[in-house]
Design a protein around this ligand. Structure first.
Ligand code: ADP
Ligand code: ZN
Length: 817
């Protein structure tokens, strides 16, 4: 009997790949264990064992596996089922889901190892200088890595030298794989056995009387050990005894101290143990009871509560019960940068049960969360993370909370899997028979629609906690203000008045502008030319702080020219405005107050964001200017005033969701105002004060907005009434993209008739030198989704059979929100 193993490779491969294994291996390997396998040309990949069987592959000869990497599976059964569902629903390979799920450090790398070919005799004189250096190094060590050669030769291009030496038969190459995860070992010391009695210690101290520093170390360690009765870290000892690690090293060498290592998690909760959760108000209590009541019949419930209504405290109550019953909880947030505040709050209640799965954590740190969850440790019972946390090895989920469920960052765009974390989490919950709570002050139309239809439970909180009033929202007519010369820069007199008032009262201000940089367009007033990105079809944004023009799509940047590239006149002017310009204007208007800016440019780095938030919380910043980043669930005590600098570019965005999104964004920014006893004030500057969405935002009329927008969705056949699949074509050749997408659209129309839109260029038709063109397929409710996808795949296959089309990249995006 022959044995075969199907594996999942972390790449785009529609089928599992099969390897030959021995009977003993077949006995040992379990689904979900990692195996190293050869694939392609001399490459070794980390794969996951998927299925063991006795059928050889038909069209290729099965190779043998290279190595088994685990003793036990590193993924769980429901996790694998969920990955398969994601692959099938979002039309990608399981390998791509695996790639998105596994922390990098769990995917071993193969590396080229260089060694000497001992079978031939080499004479130094035959070697060139570079060759000699490598050869010499290999006299002292048995092997070298490419990186070693780079430092030996002190240059980047070393491959030609190595290749030459391989051809001459001097060197041999082979691939070796290595584990990237490095456990963190903490160094401890203790007094050597036999020295621990008072008597021995006295002897020892006498012996060390002429080495006072060493004596001090021994004495300190003895005291610490007696006091604490826990292992003493080397770091702690050096500090307490005021010595150096060299002295400790000497004592270890003298066998007076013994060192040992303990493996530690990198992220450990340091605070006190958990404290009591807050007493819910009567309104919150009622909402909680209703949520639980819905859960008896429905797996999903939507908690629609205005900003600051105390939703988080309701989640906390639900989480507490789950943790007490030993279940796992997943808490999904839209953007992980914004977790700091929430994680602190959750740790306050749940102490070390909280584990954060954070894209800004190092890969090693993420591996630790993975393993803690896999072994069902209580320290990973409540997982907080952004969308990819949903792909972790859960085995016993009781509850999933999706906070700010309307946020579009729950949808992954590139690369595959292009999943929507909210929708995929609902499927995940079903595998565990877990419950899902969606929470938002501004639910997505999808979720609210499902709730009104009775598919989801619905619970509404219409008042803020402690009866704090909803902010007072005022619309400021920009056209009128400009006409009557009531503007200073981009600030209306009303905004300046309210800012002055708030600052006089010692309150804080948030100003929202959804563009970063100084101004999005630079234009020559003489000839009208405006500098464009060489790789993308967009104008370059002026960043005054660095005196640069930058592309926000590909990162291209160049120094701001003094004169126009086209006509040579020094008449370049800026148009439109971004956060940088607003910040500058605030500095001029309120020179005695501190202003800061929060956008992509100021929050890079691991703690960039946290630092700004802390500074703002501690009152070191009076005015915070920012983009979208400001909106997401931040809870600030002293913000009295929120200003939206210009509502119009939100409303005019060319997308069927623009109005829904504008409502959500503005209601969320407005929600940052007045969270304690004083009533918040919001000013929205706009050229369209009569716009329905602005009226709805200013009167907090979510349901009106919902009804009106749903009307449009019915009429124009958009989600949540119809489903959407977007097919994007990408290629650097403009004509190729046109031909390919036209062909595809024509074939689609034969099947789906009028439900095919496009092909059409998006507003920015070229990004990073690739032209993009989109086709939308609309799917009516009564049309089978699997059959639709099948038909699309069929067309895709015929498409790939056309040689001219094959180089065109086709991207399928299901439920393109
Ligand atoms: P939401 O999540 O709906 O925006 P939060 O849960 O953040 O609202 O609550 C808003 C504020 O009210 C927070 O500062 C929170 O600490 C406070 N709060 C909410 N519920 C209670 C409660 N039951 N007791 C005391 N404070 C509460
Ligand atoms: Zn660009």
């Amino acid at each position: 009997m022959e044995y075969y193993l199907d594996v999942i490779l972390p790449i785009t491969l529609q089928r599992a790949f099969t390897y030959h294994i021995t009977e003993a291996e077949a006995d040992f390997i379990k689904v979900g264990m990692r195996v190293a396998v050869p694939f392609g040309k001399n490459k070794i990949y980390t794969a996951l064992a998927y299925r063991i069987h006795n059928n050889p592959p038909l069209i290729y000869e099965a190779k043998t596996i290279h190595q088994i990497l685990d003793e036990t599976p590193i993924i769980t059964e429901p996790q694998l089922k969920h990955w398969e569902w994601i692959a099938s629903y979002y039309m990608c390979s399981v390998g791509e889901v695996m790639r998105a799920a596994l922390p990098n450090a769990l995917i071993l790398e193969s590396e080229t190892i260089i060694s000497r070919n001992t079978e031939i005799l080499v004479k130094d004189v035959d070697l060139k200088d570079d060759e000699f250096l490598i050869f010499e190094a290999l006299q002292f060590q048995t092997s070298l890595k490419i990186q070693d050669v780079i430092s030996i030769l002190d240059k980047k291009r070393v491959l030609p030298v190595i290749k030459g030496m391989v051809e001459k038969g001097i060197l041999k190459l082979h691939e070796e794989i290595y584990e990237k995860y490095q456990p963190k070992l903490v160094r401890y010391v203790k007094l050597a056995q036999g020295l621990k009695t008072e008597e021995k210690l006295q002897e020892l101290l006498e012996m060390l009387s002429r080495a006072p520093k060493q004596r001090e170390v021994v004495l300190t360690l003895f005291t610490l050990e007696a006091q604490k009765n826990v292992p003493i870290k080397v770091a702690e000892l050096t500090k307490a005894s005021g010595s150096s690690s060299a002295i400790i090293r000497t004592l270890i060498d003298k066998a007076i101290l013994e060192e040992f290592h303990i493996q530690k998690d990198r992220i450990e909760y340091q605070g006190d143990s958990a404290s009591d959760i807050k007493q819910l108000s009567a309104v919150q209590e009622e909402a909680l009871v209703t949520v639980e009541h819905h859960f008896e019949e429905k797996s999903v419930t939507l908690l629609h509560g205005v900003t600051s209504s105390g939703k988080t405290e309701i989640y906390v109550n639900l989480i507490k019960k789950q943790i007490e019953s030993g279940k796992q909880v997943l808490y999904l947030l839209p953007e992980i940068a914004l977790t700091t505040q929430l994680v602190e709050r959750l740790q306050h209640y749940f102490g070390e049960h909280v584990a954060v799965f954070h894209s800004r954590y190092s890969s090693n740190e993420r591996v630790e969360v993975w393993h803690n969850l896999l072994s069902q440790k209580s320290k990973a019972q409540l997982i907080v993370g952004a969308r990819s946390a949903m792909l972790l090895p859960f085995s016993d989920l009781g509850l999933i909370i999706i906070d700010e469920e309307h946020e579009q960052s729950f949808k992954q765009f590139d690369p595959a899997p292009r999943y929507h974390a909210r929708d995929a989490a609902i499927v995940l919950a079903n595998y565990h028979k877990a419950k899902i709570l969606l929470g938002s002050a501004t639910p997505s139309l999808e979720s609210y629609f499902n709730a009104t239809k009775g598919k989801y439970g619905l619970v509404e909180l219409k008042t803020r906690y402690n009866n704090v009033l909803m902010p007072d929202i005022e619309l400021v007519d920009l056209a009128d203000k400009y006409k009557r010369k009531r503007m200073k820069g981009h600030f209306s007199d009303r905004l300046i008045e309210e800012m002055t008032l708030a600052l006089e009262e010692g309150q804080q201000i948030i100003l929202f502008q959804n563009r970063r940089g100084f101004s999005p367009i630079v234009e020559c007033v003489t000839c009208g030319h405006s500098p464009q990105c060489p790789n993308c079809d967009v104008s370059l944004t002026y960043h005054q702080y660095r005196d640069q023009l930058r592309c926000h799509y590909c990162g291209f940047n160049t120094i701001m020219p003094k004169t126009c590239d086209a006509c040579g006149n020094a008449t370049l002017d800026t148009k439109g405005f971004g956060t940088e310009q607003i910040e500058e204007e605030v500095k001029v208007l309120f020179p005695d107050h501190k202003v800061a800016r929060m956008d992509l440019d100021t929050t890079r780095g691991k703690f960039g964001f946290e630092k700004l938030i802390t500074n703002f919380e501690q009152g070191e910043i009076d005015v915070l200017v920012g983009t979208q980043m400001l909106t997401k669930g931040l809870d600030f005590r002293n913000v009295k005033l929120v200003g939206i600098m210009n509502a119009d570019n939100l409303l005019n965005f060319p997308d069927f969701r623009a109005h829904e999104r504008s409502y959500q964004l503005m209601a969320q920014v407005a929600g940052r105002a007045g969270r304690t006893d004083l009533r918040g004030k919001v000013l929205i500057q706009t050229y369209n004060p009569h716009h329905r969405i602005l009226q709805q935002v200013s009167t907090n009329a979510y349901e009106d907005m919902f009804k009106e927008q749903m009307n449009d969705r019915y009429n124009y056949h958009y989600p949540p009434i119809f489903r959407l699949i977007k097919i994007t074509f990408k290629h650097k050749d403009y004509n190729k993209v046109n031909l390919a997408s036209d062909w595809f659209a024509k074939s689609l129309r034969q099947v789906f008739k009028a439900n095919v839109l496009g092909p059409e260029f998006p507003p920015i038709s070229r990004i990073r030198n690739l032209y993009n063109k989109n086709i939308l397929v609309k799917i009516p409710q009564n049309q089978s989704l699997p059959k639709t996808k099948e038909a699309i795949m069929k067309i895709h296959n015929s498409f790939n059979a056309v040689k001219d089309f094959r180089p065109v990249r086709v991207v399928l995006n299901i439920d393109n929100y």
